[in-house]
Design a protein around this ligand. Structure first.
Ligand code: ZN
Ligand code: ZN
Length: 175
């Protein structure tokens, strides 16, 4: 199957080794993509473990699981990556910012969120925090075409509920 993160690569060659704990993300952007995949794959432990320790109290596993179970992500677009190359500044050199737009189906609503997320490298890359701008949820009509790009009517579509499990290529229309 193709990776959830819309890389166009196979899951086994992209985010799966990270979710399985076989390798660590080498950059903020890699961690960001893998966390998106983790939400799709419901890899709750991975999401929790890659939250910066400060954040773990504020975003417990139950809360992560609740969100990951409720929503079906259908697309990811990375809009900007800023990595500091300031080697004089130890702190700055270990931070990275990634802006992205992710859309997901939540019940019968299509929601899109734009986030400027921040990542920190200590013993590994962690998600630190982010500025989130969510658009107003858009109701999907039962007879509308499903926003997941399956071509099915929304009322009949189940494809987005098994994100990435299609062998027919990336369902995601967003790059
Ligand atoms: Zn991936
Ligand atoms: Zn669908």
């Amino acid at each position: 199957m193709y990776c959830y993160c819309c890389s166009g690569k196979r899951f086994s060659n992209c985010c799966q080794p990270l979710l399985d704990g076989k390798v660590k993300a080498e950059s903020g952007i890699e961690l960001m993509r893998s966390r998106y995949s983790a939400y799709c794959h419901k890899a709750i432990d991975y999401l929790y473990a890659t939250n910066y320790p400060d954040l773990r109290k504020a975003n417990p596993k139950t809360q992560i699981a609740e969100f990951a179970t409720a929503v079906h992500f259908i697309g990811l677009t990375i809009t900007n990556i800023t990595s500091s190359s300031d080697i004089d500044n130890y702190i700055a050199a270990h931070k990275s910012q990634v802006s992205f737009v992710a859309s997901y189906i939540n019940g019968n609503k299509l929601e899109t969120l734009a986030e400027q997320s921040r990542f920190i490298l200590t013993d590994q890359w962690y998600y630190s925090d982010g500025d989130i701008a969510a658009t107003l949820p858009k109701t999907i009509g039962r007879n509308d075409k499903c926003p997941c790009g399956s071509g099915n009517k929304f009322k009949h579509c189940t494809l987005h509920m098994i994100s990435g499990n299609s062998e027919h290529g990336p369902r995601h229309t967003l790059a």
